[in-house]
Ligand binder design. Structure first.
Ligand SMILES: [Zn+2]
Length: 94
């Protein structure tokens, strides 16, 4: 198989976690520090604990996003975000 440098792919968990973190923790202003560094650390820590879900098409992205709208999936992701929030808030890297 030949790989192209123009090959475009996405871990769909990335926008999903980013949106949920934004909605549940940034907009609600409950983070003790919501600077770019802390929110990025929370995002990365969460993504490292969730299985990635890659796609290379917009159809695939829409399909995966729809799948993760399921309440069970949402609560699994939110649980990981909450764990990461607790860790980073206790020990911010700055
Ligand atoms: Zn911070």
């Amino acid at each position: 198989m030949k790989y192209s440098h123009e090959l475009n792919f996405l871990n769909v968990m990335e926008p999903i976690v980013r949106d949920m973190l934004e909605e549940h923790y940034v907009q609600t202003r409950i983070l003790s520090c919501a600077c770019d560094k802390c929110t990025l650390d929370i995002l990365l820590l969460t993504l490292n604990h969730l299985p990635p879900h890659y796609t290379s098409s917009q159809e695939g992205e829409a399909y995966i996003k729809a799948y993760y709208l399921n309440p069970q999936q949402q609560s699994d992701i939110l649980r990981e975000i909450t764990k990461a929030v607790q860790i980073i808030q206790e020990r911010p890297n700055h």
